[in-house]
Structures are given as C-alpha cells and as structure tokens.
Write a protein that binds this ligand. Sequence first.
Ligand code: ADP
Ligand code: MG
Length: 393
Amino acid sequence: VEDAVQEDMARFEETFVGINKRFRLINRIGEGTFSTVYKAEDLEYDKYGNTWDIDERENQKWSSPAQRRRPSRRPHYVAIKKIYVTSSPIRIFNELELLYDLRDSDSVCPLITAFRHLDQVVAVLPYFQHCDFRDYYRDMKISEMRPYFRSLLTALRAVHSKKIIHRDVKPTNFLYNPAQSRGVLVDFGLAEREGTDWHHCLCHVPDEDRRYRASHSVWAQNQAVSHSAPSYPKNDTRNSRRANRAGTRGFRAPEVLLKCTQQTVSIDMWSVGVILLTMLSRRFPFFHSADDIDALLEITTIFGRRKMRETAILHGQVFETNVPSYSEGGHTLEKIILWCTGRTGDKTQPKKELEEDEKEAVQFLYRLLECNPAKRITADEALRHPFLLRTFE
Ligand code: ADP
Ligand code: MG
C-alpha cells in the first residue's frame, strides 16, 4: 500500500474514533467525487452472528447442515464508504434509506450498517471481489456478455420494481466478477424515487394531444434546445428548463439531455444499452462529450437528425442542427459496430457482416437504445428477451 494511502487511512482512523475497534483498514479502493471507499476486515463478523458475506451465503446454499453450523475461519471483508462531509445530509440520508429499502434485492450490494461520527458518515457494505471493466470488456465473447447483463438486469428489475431510479448505471457502479458470472450494483448516491419532483412533460400525454400541443405551444418554442454549429449561442437568454441531469454524461438517456421533467426508471435502461454498445464496439468510453449538447449530437451521429427531432418533440423541445455531416436517417447499429471493430470492407473486399450471435445482441441493443422512453424495453422484459433467455451456446 502506497505511503499516501497509508497516511490517508491513518487520518481516517484518527478522526473516526472507534472505527478500528471493529474494522481493520486494508487499502483504499475507490476515490470519487462523492466518497472514498476502503477495503477492510470485519473483526467482529462472528460476534454479531452476521450473515452478510455474499460468498458465504452462496456456499451455504450447497453445504450440509453440519458444515453450516461451524463458524467460518476465513476473514470477512467489507467496503467502507466514507461519504464526503460536503454532501448534503439529505443526500446522505437518501442513499442510506434507498439501500435499506433494497436490502433483500438480488444483485444489489446490501448495506450492512452505517455509522456517524460528528459530521462524518460511513456506510459499510460487504466487499465484493470484482475485476476492472477496462481489463475485460475488449475480450468479452457474446456468451460472456449474457450473464453480465442477466446479473445487471436482475438488480435493476428489483430496483425498478420499487420505483427507484438508479440514475448512474455505468461500469464502475456495477461490480462484476467474470469468473463467477456474478455482479452487484452499487452506488445509490444519485438514486431517487420516480415521481419526486415531477413537473408535467409532454412525453406523458397521448400521441395525438402531444402533436397538437407541440405545434401550438409558445412554451415549447421558448424552451427550445437549438444548435447552430460549429458554435452554439453562449449567451442564450431563453429561460432554461430545470430538470434532473444527475448521472454520468456518456450514459445519459436522450430525455435526460433534453431536460424531460418526468423522467422514469427507463433512463437506467438506456445506460445499460450504452454498456452493451461499449462491449460490442470495443470502445470505452463510447461517448465522450464535453457537455449535454455535445452528448445529444453524439447520439444524433448514430440515430440521425429525423430521430432526434422526433425525440425532442416528445418532450416539448425543438431540436435543430445545421451541421451537414449529421445524416437525416442516421446509421444502423450494425454498421457502427462494424466500423468500430475495423470490419468495414472496401471495394476490393466483400462487405463484412456481423456474426450470428452479434446480430442477436444488436437486436437486444436496439430495444435498450430506444429514444422514446415509453417504448424502451424494461428490466423485466429484458430478462425475458431471447438474447438473455438463451442458456447454452
Ligand atoms: P462513489 O459515489 O464515490 O462513486 P461508489 O459507491 O461507486 O462511490 O464506490 C466507488 C468505488 O469503490 C466503486 O467503483 C468500486 O470500485 C469500489 N466499491 C464500492 N463498493 C464496493 C464493494 N461493496 N465491494 C468492492 N468494491 C466496492
Ligand atoms: Mg460510483
């Protein structure tokens, strides 16, 4: 362990009086905008008759009653998430409360306990052994993608059934162990319940009504998102619409970018689509926009201008761009994946095609990267999609 990390851990133990009575800090495993995460050993696991150890629970399913009674001798690891004191108390409470609500959900990392010392709050979670996404996404076979998404969508089905939007689905928040074909969803720091803070959005009215209202509403025009490249107006004086934009840029659904004020759990399903696109195209990050407008334009590159205009209208927005390089109709995802993986072919070579199993993955991908949130596949439907139902190759 590096000196700087060693020092940081010592400081943490010093300020958080008593933490080292129960936990032995081992290493720092994560450092983000909102928290620092440490790996530690729970020295009192057996004392409290704990049952949170994920591996142990799994093993016990298969062991005899006699074996089950024996206290385990091996160490039990936890992840201690130190939430920065700069986070608002409401936010911290929100994260802990949602985790508590999700405590029995499959593939969601459970909360063991939480402590507060003065203004410092820590959440304690079972440590989950996983691999860094960057180390495996390039070499994943389609047959290895299936269990990844089965596991991720099992977590999201549970989360969404409680009407909770995770809001930050991305590889660093889904800890996956390829050897075990198992993963857990973590990080509910941005999560929220569907419907809190909703203001009416046109995407929630029937198609007919929307067409009429979109074309007659001055409001819709005022709220326009417009773009005239190469530079867009810096001193835009139009009222800006307020909507939750939390999340990570490249994973934001079009309706988040378009400031829809009635966002639903389906925004997470788009993010799942971006992960699948990353794996199939072997590009990470796939999208790397500088801001929301840029992100919309990246999506336009794929789906074309017509689709983006339709999508904007859905939320009472106007989407305009005069960049000629964005085609009207966009490109197929098959083509994008062939391009990204250097299989485009040329005049001398026959046109290349995706493998059969890749085509099946792309069919599934289309359902995830559906621009209209009402038509996008749900987690429950996804688990019944042929791509994930297939159990043997
Ligand atoms: P943040 O809000 O700062 O992003 P996260 O909850 O996403 O915090 O945790 C940050 C990182 O810490 C994760 O990406 C992961 O690498 C590691 N981590 C978090 N929880 C666990 C866990 N239960 N087991 C193992 N590692 C974890
Ligand atoms: Mg995170």
